[in-house]
Structures are given as C-alpha cells and as structure tokens.
Design a protein around this ligand. Sequence first.
Ligand code: ATP
Ligand code: MG
Length: 553
Amino acid sequence: MAADAPRSNFIRQIIDKDLASGKHSQVHTRFPPEPNGFLHIGHAKSIVLNFGIAEDYQGTCNLRFDDTNPLKEKVDFVNSIQEDVRWLGYDWEGKPRYSSNYFDQLHGFAVELIEKGLAYVDFSTQEAMREMRGTLKEPGVNSPYRDTSVEENLKHFADMTAGKYEEGTAALRAKIDMSSPFMVLRDPVIYRVRFAHHHQTGDKWCVYPMYDFTHCISDALEGITHSLCTLEFQDNRRLYDWVLDNISIDCHPQQIEFSRLNLQYTVMSKRKLHLLVEEGKVSGWDDPRMPTIAGMRRRGYTPSSVREFCHRIGVTKMDNQVEMSMLEACIRDELNHGAPRAMAVIDPVRLVIENYPEGEVEQLQAPNHPNDDSMGTRELPFAREIYIEREDFRESANKKYKRLVLDKEVRLRNAYVVKAERVEKDADGNITTIFCTYDPDTLGKDPADGRKVKGVIHWVAAEHAKPAEFRLYDRLFQVPNPAAEEDFFSTLNPDSLVVKQGYVEPGMATAKAEQPFQFERIGYFCADNQDSSAKQLVFNQTVGLRDTWNDEA
Ligand code: ATP
Ligand code: MG
C-alpha cells in the first residue's frame, strides 16, 4: 500500500469526530467507479482520498463497480480500472465488489417500497413524465399512476421484471413528493426496463436499478461509514437518505460531498474523453496526452507523483480549476531528485573532431546524477564523430549564447572542451557537419592556461549511439477550459504531439518502459510502454526541465 504522510481536510475532521464520539469504531470507505471508461486524474483524487483515509485510519476501502448501466459498460474497463488503482499503490480486501452483486437484494428492497405504498409503476411516456416533473420554480404534477393499489403495483413490477413491457413504457418510481424543492425527490425513477446483456449478470435481468437507488443501498450493504462523493450529488443526498430511511436495513452511511478536480487545458468528463478516442483525436485511452491514469503512466508519471498531486490540491467544497503547472511540478520535483541522467540528441547534427585519432574510442565515466553519488556512474563512449543538438551551434552569436559558436569553445558534457573551426553545408545552406578541434587536457578539468569555457552542451558518439524516436507532448487543448466551448474539438492543439528522430547514448537501449530519465538539458523522458523495443526505441517526454506554463501566458 502507498504510505504517504496524512494531510488533514474537512472530511478527516468529520471522521475524527465520529471516532471520538463513538459513532464509529472503524472507518470503511469505497471507491465506486462506473466501468464505462478509463480512470482519469479526477478519479485519482477520489481514490487517494478514499483509500488514503482507509489506510491512515486502519480501516477498509472497497473497490466497487457501479455497474447499473449495461449499455455503456465493458469488462475491458473493469480490468483497466483495477490495474490503474493497483498502479496508484492501493489494494482492496478480497475481490472487487459490483453493484450488480446486489441486484437480487435491490429488487427485494424495491418490492418492500411497493409494499409500503412508497413506490409505483408508472406507464406514462417519458415525455409526459418530464412534463409532470415541473421546474425549479413550479411544482410537479402527480402522475395518474401514483395512486395505483399496492397489489396492482406488485403485479406490474413482477411483469416488468418478467419482460412483459417494452423499454421506455414502464418504470418504477419512488413515491416521495412532486412539489419538493429538490427535483430529485419528485418521484424519481428507481427501476427501468432495459433488454440488455450485462457484463456480470448476463441476461438474468431486463430491469435495472437507477444509480441513486443502487448507490446508497450498496453502501449500506457493505457497511460503509463515510460515502464520499462529488458536489453535484449534494441534492441527491436527500434521496440517498430517504431510501435508506424507508427500507429494512440497519446501516446508514453518511454521504459527504467534496469538489471535483478540474484541470486546465484538458477535459475530464468520460463522455468527452470517449469522443477523443472514438474520433481518433488521440491514439487511445492511454495516449500520453490524455488526463487518464493510463495515459499519465505511459507518459512517465509515477504513482507517487500522482498521489503527491492529489495531496497538494487538497479536499474542499470549493470548485476551481487547477493549473497544469501544479501537476507537472509534482513529477518534476520527484524526478529532479530521483531520475538518473542520460544524454540524448533529438535534432542531431554531425560534429567531427579533426585532431582526435581516427578509430579510437575512449570509455569516459559519467555520473548518473550530478548531486547524488549513490546513484553511481556509467560508461560513455567518446570518439572522433559525435552528434550534437542542431540548436546548440551557431556560426555567429552574441555573448548570451552559451553554446558552440564558430571559432569559440564549449565543453562537451562529461567530456572535453572543443572549438568549432569550420562547417560544411548542403546545397540548401543547411549545416551538415561541424568540424572542431579538442583540447585533450580538459577531461574533468578546466583548460590549463586559465581560459574560461562557460557553455556546456550534450552529445552522443555517432557510431555508438542508438537511433531513437522522441515524442514531445504539449497541452492537448489551446484554451484553459475546453469543456466550456461549444465545439471543444476546435480548440485541440495541433502541436500537442511533435515527433523527432535522433539518438540516445548506448546504455539507453535497455531502458525499461516507464522508467524515468532526465535527458540532460532536454527534459524528463521514459521509454514508451507500447511502442518501444530494442529494434525501435521510442521515448516519451514526461515533462520539461522548467515550468513554461507561466512564461507563455
Ligand atoms: P465522469 O463525469 O468523468 O464520467 P463520473 O463521476 O461519472 O465521472 P464515476 O466512474 O462515476 O465517474 O466516478 C467514480 C468516483 O470518482 C465517484 O465517486 C466520483 O465522484 C469520483 N470522481 C469522478 N470524477 C472526479 C473528479 N473530476 N474529481 C474528483 N472525483 C471524481
Ligand atoms: Mg458516474
């Protein structure tokens, strides 16, 4: 299990009080995803909250699939969700739960409500029901089926369950109050007809319980103490409590709402994420530009960095939009300390050291981390021909440019000082080779005569380096709140993915997928967990070395 330092919030304060007063002696939470898509960073907030509380209070947190809508749910999503929760560092006791495990009991409770005169089968059309519901300003109107006798309702519900009614022609409604100021209490539908195959229960049912009816009962059946959900369920709490107050069940969990995470420059609703996948705007749910757990993992985020982000944003009742720089700071802080360094050239130009003996190769020693000797060293081959970054050379430049300039010197990282002597160009005027000389007396030390060489650039040995593809990612959308746009596709960033072909130092050939590195002077990268192989190395940029979000604003 993930062990992070607990940080207080208003929910933990409620729990502390409940434990102190003896209302509860044990804390039991749950994370209840609907398996209709991959988990995203917003879900991570809920996971870290629910599993984190269970961990800190030595309680339990269930993973429960809220699977009442078979048309939209898939086993693939059930599997990806389990994988993502585990990856984040959490586990649940025993098997994952499913709301569908309780379909028999739920059906029984629906019958109990009918028997108590608290539920009725409505044959009104959906349109008529909508009209009778009223508005926030006007009360609703009672359905003509509202006062059907208990016996008739029992028969109608049995018929519904037996498949005698078409979809949309009959629904079971709770009989609460058509003039309630809370729309959710205006005789909400609690069961509907759906002739659909369910991924867990197969073809057993043709009636399915609605979310609001299912959720509270599932919580109670599992002995949940604190049922944490997002703010949009605030009104639904009245229904949550009404259902539990009116059925024969001993447990009554407390629903507590907190604000959902919104992250700038991306979308979080599964419906919109689905569209991005279906329309091919991204390569899949795990595209590294997606705010999904699987996408972030593929991009190089670590479980601890995602948890740290969830801790830093905290848990409140205030709705807001979190800046992307806050998420990136979490991974950058972690990798700055923990990621080994390596060299890669993503836009290579050839550099030949003319006074270096042809055919000679030296194995230089390079530290894996500049400030942490415990991370050890590695061997770097050095030879007469190397690659450097095209943007690290200019034929002429002012003093601010601390890289290689014609007739000037620069240090090759972990190696010697070189001086640019001349260049060779192609017919279009592009530089094809930079010819240099090197000072053999500058390995690991400054030039003997006191010359100052300020600039340092990275490089790889041409013959030893491995070709690699680099995928550089930028924000997926061009506007901070794409969800607010009428056509959110139109705000997609056309440059959210830039692919470069370059080289990495030879040791990178065996880099494991998802293992983070800092490519010196470029950014943090990891080998792609789908497309990188010994034959074709592919590296994803996790994040740049510095925060550029605010520079660009
Ligand atoms: P979406 O609108 O993206 O489909 P959802 O709330 O319908 O999200 P569920 O699978 O039902 O998705 O969510 C499971 C749990 O995760 C719920 O308790 C929900 O409140 C929580 N959750 C979902 N999105 C966020 C978010 N952006 N921030 C915090 N918690 C979230
Ligand atoms: Mg939902």
